[in-house]
Design a protein around this ligand. Structure first.
Ligand code: SAH
Length: 402
């Protein structure tokens, strides 16, 4: 196995358990990155020659090596893949009764750049690194013998693949279902399986949806950026009086309405399920102008901050969305505010919720602070594997100031 040497002092983060080597940390005089093929294995050494683990290299990426094993000289072959997948599976089987979950969460499961969502016999797989891409055939074999899936969607339409020099064309293998049917929190949700634009289900909000639904009984609920209606559908089943969904995608809105009806037929029969397709910011303004108010408002925007340099602009979008959403709450209503942007710290999101409350003359009190569930494990040495935040807050009307 080739060796990748680090520059002096650049081993500290790795010694604390982190798994990434950045290009500027490599000693390129001793071990030129250009000598490595994308995905090639390397033994990582610090400047004094101590071995730190085994990694795969991508000379074209900002993250030039990703450690997959703390054992020096270990290959990422079928054997190791099987061990890692079995460990990941054992954790999920310990937590879930049915095979519907994220089976592998990349670095959080010690498989850098590999994400697998399991929907019974169907798997949706995202490969975000050249190292994993190079092992795709072995991975397929190991998954076949471990789980025997009937179909696999290689969901390759990821921006991160571009950074690793990989193609972005989706591929389907086997006989995939027309749509997914996902059991969650006692509900059932249909979701698109192979539509070009959006595939799958956001398992990461499972627990936050259940938390939010605790405030749903008798409530008029608004689910903003609803996708297939995970929050609103769960609330509908928990006894909401009405549910409205907002999403920019008509397909998403159609799924959301259908899912709410499926989980709360009486609500649908009473005409209390509505879908609004359009820009969420505009729709929120419109609902406010129409005098519509809600008892439970869930706000789960797409990642407004994808790269660090988008921070200020993205934060402004979160600020605006939170303020518009809180304005739609009845006094004493409950607000659910989420962010899936890794670059937005939980403390900053809490600040934006507080600001939205103050701007609308509310006293906000946090009832729940959530993050990722157990099938999206955060590697404790890698803050990069944490991204999801969810605050649930009750918003009481301030007494008017004298
Ligand atoms: N809350 C969902 C996940 C939301 S994903 C769940 O629990 O599963 C983000 C959603 O925001 C996507 O469905 C996307 O179509 C939608 N979206 C993105 N930009 C939007 C905009 N400007 N207005 C409305 N919806 C938007």
């Amino acid at each position: 196995m080739k060796e990748l040497w680090l520059r002096k002092g650049e081993d500290r983060r790795l010694r604390a358990g982190h798994l990434w080597v950045f290009g500027n940390e490599a000693d390129v005089r001793k071990s030129p990155l250009g000598d490595f093929a994308p995905g090639e294995e390397a033994l990582i050494r610090d400047a004094r020659g101590h071995a730190l683990g085994s990694a795969f290299v991508n000379p074209h990426s900002l993250i030039c090596a990703r450690i997959y094993s703390s054992r020096p000289g270990e290959s990422l072959d079928g054997n190791l893949l099987r061990r890692r997948l079995k460990t990941a599976l054992a954790l999920r089987e310990r937590c879930f009764d049915v095979p519907y979950y994220r089976l592998c969460h990349g670095e959080g499961d010690m498989l850098p750049g590999l994400v697998i969502d399991r929907f019974g016999d169907h798997l949706t797989i995202q490969i975000g690194t050249a190292g994993m891409e190079a092992r795709k055939d072995t991975l397929r074999e190991e998954l076949r013998s471990l789980l025997g899936p009937t179909s696999i969607l290689w969901d390759n339409d990821l921006a991160s693949r571009g950074l690793e020099g990989l193609t972005r064309e989706n591929e389907m293998e086997g006989d995939a279902p027309e749509e997914l049917d996902v059991p969650e929190n006692g509900c059932r949700f249909f979701a698109p399986c192979r539509s070009g634009q959006k595939t799958g289900w956001f398992y990461d909000q499972r627990r936050n949806r259940a938390e939010a639904a605790r405030y749903a009984r008798g409530a008029n609920v608004l689910d903003i950026f609803s996708y297939a209606g995970g929050f609103g559908g769960t609330a509908a089943r928990a006894g909401a009086a009405s549910v409205a969904f907002i999403d920019a995608s008509q397909t998403a809105v159609d799924y959301a309405v259908r899912n709410a009806a499926r989980n709360a037929p009486r609500l649908a029969d009473a005409g209390a399920v509505t879908g609004l397709c359009g820009d969420a910011f505009e729709r929120m303004e419109q609902l406010y102008a129409e005098g519509r108010r809600f008892d439970l408002v869930c706000l789960d925007p797409p990642a407004f901050i994808k790269r660090r340099k988008d921070f200020e602009q993205g934060k402004a979008a979160y600020r605006k969305a939170n303020a518009l959403a809180v304005r739609l709450l009845e006094p004493g209503g409950v607000f659910v505010s989420c962010s899936c942007s890794h670059h937005l710290p939980a403390e900053t999101l809490r600040g934006l919720v507080a600001l939205a409350a103050a701007r609308n003359n509310r006293q906000g009190r946090i009832l729940h602070a959530g993050g990722q569930p157990e099938d999206h494990p955060v590697h404790c040495a890698m803050p990069e594997t944490a991204y999801l935040k969810c605050f649930i807050a009750r918003m009481d009307q301030d007494e008017p100031r004298e």
